[in-house]
Design a protein around this ligand. Structure first.
Ligand code: GRF
Length: 199
């Protein structure tokens, strides 16, 4: 199986995947890293790991359709079977999702369906929840709403700030995301409506 990891930022989840693959916990090839942000740190991590990287900037294309078809072309060329979104800060179109139906995973830094959107950590902290944590889910047309694969609970400490809470959540992300990817690789994720049964 061949995986593409999509990133826009730091890429710590990408690195967790690379490490998991080195340990043998992910039995697949990370064939490609795709980024929409030239110069982001995830690209440096890809380079260090010797993974082919592709930068596709939205501003270089006159439409979202052309932008995405450039990405799709590379995925097809690299024979990618699974798309892993890891801090990719763009919504995929319905057409793109159709091409990789039930083959796109995402990680969100809050316990979905609570605190969807780009500020999941801050929103949960400000709301005052006592437990939060990351969610790995299949990507569907609705943002942060696809079938949930794995979640992990993180207790919010009295003195947590957004930064310290983010650190605790990221630690959990780096455990559950590679685990979810390997479950996918093993064909153990069965989608039944909005639920995912782990076989
Ligand atoms: C993570 O917090 C993830 O939940 C969210 O974006 C962040 C990516 O972090 N989707 P990194 O780039 O993997 O370090």
């Amino acid at each position: 199986m061949r995986i593409a990891v999509f990133c826009s930022g730091s890429g710590t989840n990408l690195e967790a995947m690379v490490n998991a693959q080195k340990r043998g916990d992910i039995k697949a090839e990370i064939a490609l890293v795709v980024s929409d942000v030239a110069g982001c740190f995830a690209l440096k991590r890809a380079e260090k790991a010797g993974i082919k990287a592709l930068v596709v900037e939205r501003k270089k294309f006159s439409s979202g359709k052309e932008f995405e078809s450039e990405i799709l072309k590379s995925l097809q060329k690299e024979k990618v079977d699974l798309v892993v979104l890891a801090g990719y800060m763009r919504l995929l179109s319905a057409d793109f999702i159709k091409e990789y139906r039930n083959k796109i995973l995402n990680i969100h830094p809050a316990l979905l369906p609570s605190f969807k959107g780009t500020h999941g950590i801050k929103d949960a902290l400000e709301y005052g929840v006592k437990i939060t944590g990351p969610t790995v889910h299949f990507v569907t047309e609705d943002m942060d709403a696809g079938p949930i694969i794995l979640q992990s609970a993180v207790t919010v400490a009295e003195d947590d700030t957004e930064e310290t809470l983010a650190e605790s959540i990221h630690k959990e992300e780096h455990k559950i995301y590679p685990r979810a990817v390997q479950l996918f690789i093993e064909g153990r994720l069965k989608i039944e409506g909005s639920r995912v049964r782990i076989l």
